[in-house]
Design a protein around this ligand. Structure first.
Ligand code: ATP
Ligand code: MG
Length: 421
């Protein structure tokens, strides 16, 4: 016997029943809502050439600097597990010429992402996102549609107490000047910023606005606001987006500090936060990335997307929504070899009708079979023995209220179908 103890890697989780039913619910609701908006699923691979991510997300971002799972494959190529979905979708969009489809081209994806981060509450090394990307529409109408789609998802899941934070981080026309203003502002206070922000000051000063460290928050009070430095085009884009949100009854907060951690964003950025999550309070985030398709060698194509962080949504739902997890429709307890054989035929018939049927084992006592039915929370139990086989009638029992009765063998399927829903 080996004494090795196998453990899942740090920051990687097994997702098990009954939680898995909440995951499936979220996935089902997202698919349903996205379809109503004309978004279609695509499934890019989980691994890509490393440069798919480094070039798009940006060399000086936390993700690329510290968080990527990068390996050499057997052909000595540098490959990486995807840390997010957008870069892969854009790579696919350009490679497969998806711009030839009717515009806007609207896609969604769902699956695991990988980031080598310090695991903590709401932060894992393998985590799941469901994300959407819409290509080819310069907006701002599509921005509003995408945000309303996210709202409908969260609403249909029963999530309340969430805030839509919206911002514009400008475009290549107005951001450089704003960046200079920020550099001027922070120049005198570098000793008061955290080490990360000192680095960001040189590489990506906008990100200082997003830092969660208290002294950086303090230091940036009074910093120039991006929303005060937008060019005319960006200003109009933001104002129209906000007016569309009002039109659709979506309450929002304009949050000029919300700059997002990836390089490719332009103009609209947004994030949905919850007060019920602690430090990692963003459940979904996204924005516009008008330059990225071109960057990948495709035609000039404006685009916008978001990603929902599954683990955080699940955490919220577990604490706020009651779920009825699926349980067997029926457990057939059997007495004797003949009944055991017959029960297999009955169970197969029920399963053919979509019912969940579990079988007892004739080697076990009736009492222990009943105990098992109870542990499985089966809705009904049937008892099948020689007497029942002879008479063609069998006893049923409903476990939730202990009611019971008798039916003919021929009625079993209809009896259960009428009572399952
Ligand atoms: P955060 O500020 O929480 O690190 P982020 O800006 O890195 O978020 P995005 O890349 O925008 O996150 O990803 C979108 C969503 O995916 C986040 O809002 C969050 O819900 C989820 N997410 C991101 N990183 C993780 C992680 N390591 N573990 C679990 N969920 C994550
Ligand atoms: Mg992060």
């Amino acid at each position: 016997m080996s004494s090795v103890q196998y453990k899942a890697l740090k920051g990687m989780q097994d997702i098990l029943p009954p939680d898995i039913y909440i995951w499936q619910k979220v996935e089902a609701v997202a698919r349903e809502v996205f379809s109503s908006y004309g978004f279609q699923e695509i499934r890019p691979p989980v691994v890509e050439s490393t440069n798919v991510f480094t070039r798009s997300i940006g060399e000086n971002t936390d993700i690329v600097e510290k968080e990527m799972y990068t390996f050499k494959d057997k052909g000595d190529r540098s490959i990486s597990l995807r840390p997010e979905g957008t870069a892969s979708v854009v790579r696919c969009y350009v490679e497969k010429n998806l711009h030839t489809m009717p515009s806007p081209q609207k896609f969604y994806y769902a699956g695991p992402m990988f980031r080598y981060e310090r695991p903590q509450s709401g932060r894992f090394r393998q985590f799941y996102q469901i994300g959407v990307e819409a290509f080819g529409d310069p907006g701002p109408r599509i921005d509003a549609e995408v945000i309303s789609m996210l709202r409908l998802c969260l609403e249909r899941l029963g999530l309340r107490e969430i805030t839509f934070n919206v911002n514009s981080i400008g475009c290549p026309e107005c951001r450089p000047a704003y960046r200079e203003r920020l550099i001027e502002f922070f120049a005198g206070g570098l000793d008061r910023l955290c080490p990360d922000c000192n680095r960001r000051y040189h590489t990506n000063p906008l990100r200082i606005l997003d830092c969660k460290v208290e002294r950086c928050r303090e230091m940036r009070k009074g910093a120039p606001r991006v929303t005060d430095h937008l060019c005319n085009g960006c200003r109009i884009h933001l104002d129209s987006l906000l007016s569309y949100l009002e039109l659709m009854g979506i309450s929002y907060t304009v949050n000029p500090d919300m700059v997002r951690g990836l390089d490719y964003y332009t103009r609209t950025t947004f994030e949905v936060t919850s007060e019920n999550l602690g430090a990692q309070n963003a459940v979904a985030a996204g924005g516009r990335y008008d330059g990225l398709v071109k960057e990948f060698g495709g035609p000039e194509t404006p685009a916008i997307g978001f990603a929902i962080g599954m683990e955080r949504i699940i955490e919220l739902l577990k604490n706020s929504v009651a779920y009825d997890f699926p349980t067997p429709d029926v457990f057939i307890a059997v007495i004797g070899a003949l009944a055991a054989r017959e029960s297999m035929v009955i169970a197969d018939r029920l399963r053919g009708k979509g019912l969940w049927a579990e079988l007892g084992c004739s080697e076990n006592s009736l009492k222990s079979q009943m105990r098992k039915a109870d542990r499985l929370s089966s809705k009904y139990v049937f008892i099948l023995g020689d007497d029942e086989l002879n008479s063609g009638r069998l006893k049923w029992k409903k476990l939730s209220d202990s009611s019971q009765g008798e039916i003919s063998m021929f009625e079993i399927t209809d009896f259960l179908l009428q009572r399952s829903s």
